[in-house]
Structures are given as C-alpha cells and as structure tokens.
Design a protein around this ligand. Sequence first.
Ligand code: 6CS
Length: 303
Amino acid sequence: MSGNSWTRREFFRRSAIAGAVALGGPALLSACTQTSTGGAGAGGTLERARSAGTMKVGIANEAPYGFTDSTGKVTGESVEVGRAVLKNLGINDIQATTVDFGSLIPALNANQFDMVTAGMFINAQRCQNAAFSTPDYTAPTAFLVPTGNPDGVSTFEDIKNKNLRLAVLSGAVEQGYAQKSGVPDSQIQVFDSQNTLLQAVTADRVDAAALTNISLNDVVAKNPGSNVEVTKGFFPTIDGKQTVSAGAFVFRKADTDLVNAFNGELTKLHQSGQWLQIVTPFGFTQDNLPGADVTTEKLCAAA
Ligand SMILES: CC1=N[C@H](C(=O)O)[C@@H](O)CN1
C-alpha cells in the first residue's frame, strides 16, 4: 500500500466521522465507533440499542411471558416489563425473534438478539452461559391434568410413585425438577410448545404436563372446553431443599453495563408499584413479586 493511498483513505475515514458527528451528534459517533470495534464489548449493546432506538429481544412464544397475540402484537409479562425498563433507558422500541425455549440462550450468544424477555428462571447451569438481571418475579410449578385430576397428581413424587406419563417443555426447568425428583426418563416426554403440551394431555398421550401455574392458567383460559385443569401451584422440594423459581431477563455475559442499567430501572419499577400495574393483565399478583432474599447471586450459586 503506497503512502499516498493510506493518506487518502485516512482522509475519507476522518471526513466520514466528522460528517457523522455533524449529522447525528455524539450518539451516532458512538455507534460508528462501536461498530468499528466489533460492537459486543463493554457498553456496545446498550449504546447500539440507544442509537438504533430499538432493542432486539428473544421470546419463546410462551404466554403470558413473551408471545405474539391474536392481533400480531408481541406482548407478555416479560415483554411489557422489559419495554417499560428499556423506555426508561431511552430505548422506545423492541424487535422480537421467536425461538424454542431451549434455544433462547444459544441464540442470544449467537447475537440473533440482545436480550431474552421470556420469563426465564435463574439457575446455576444457565448462569454459566449468560448473565441474568435481578429477579423479576417468582412463580410456582403446577400440572395440567384432565378435569377432575383422575390420577390425583400434585407433586413430581406422585408422577414417579403412580408410574404416570409426564409432558415437559424442551429446555425448560421442569424436566430437571422431574428427574431430580426421581421420575425416570421413560416416564418423561418432551414437547416444543405450550400447545403441544395441551394436546398431549387432551389426546391422553400423557397423564400430566408440568409448567408454571401462570403459563398453564393461560392455556386453560384460552382453550375453554378442553376438559383440562391446573393443579395447585407448589415449589418442588429437591434434595431436601425447596426450589426458588424466579424469572429474570437474560443478557450476554459481556454486556455488564446493560445489565447494570437494566437492573437499576427494574428495581424502580418494582418499588414504585408500576410493575404490578404492568403485570396484572397477565395473571400476576403481588405474590409473584420476589422477596428481598431472592437474589440472582444466590440462584446462580445454588447447586
Ligand atoms: C417462563 C418459564 N420458566 C421456566 C424456565 O425458565 O425453564 C419454565 O417453566 C418454562 N417457562
């Protein structure tokens, strides 16, 4: 490369940056700089989303956490709380991508989107591959069973002891809850969506399906006449310890500044009462607000 051509190229690069500053001010310059340095470093994702005015989010189409409704609107408890937090961070829009629940963290790390708004629970295994916000909510587990609960299911031990067939969602925590409660794999069937779980129960391919009671209540409400009901919610006891099932927002590990900024605004929403207003239409109550003793640090460290 000749000295002259390098000088010309540097001249054009500097002119382009000067133009960017003139047109878009510091925010645009910041976006240009982030792109030129790869964008995923400290500050990159937050600044890029601010500059673009939108955040790319991942959902699993599980209602009422993160789903596309009958009008085509992407909504849900996690989506709407996420929207409110992002708005307070100067990001007024979201663009959602739907993947299977078990693909949310791999897709996040492959940069298909920049955060997960699917109500994902915090646990040690997931914390190895992603960063979680402070807990957003807690929700008990329950079973979807035929009306009248003919097998008398109320815990994973019942599934094991009565030799029942159980449906779980691929990549969700309930499979682990069942296995750790001693349910053999031969009794567990894995499905890829809420709807296929419902169909498995109504077609008598399984005796029960496990998910959060909030998710199953939504299924029952949206499918009247399906002859199914939801058992009483519970927090499974595993290895003598009661599980803490707390959902949060998920980010790439490198995006520390985004996580910190997000946590600051999420805490304000929880404390101001705005959180309750946002989540009530999705079947959440004050009981779903995590206690002060429920922390991401503890849940990531739990065995
Ligand atoms: C919102 C949600 N949370 C649990 C999980 O994180 O695995 C599962 O119940 C699947 N859906």
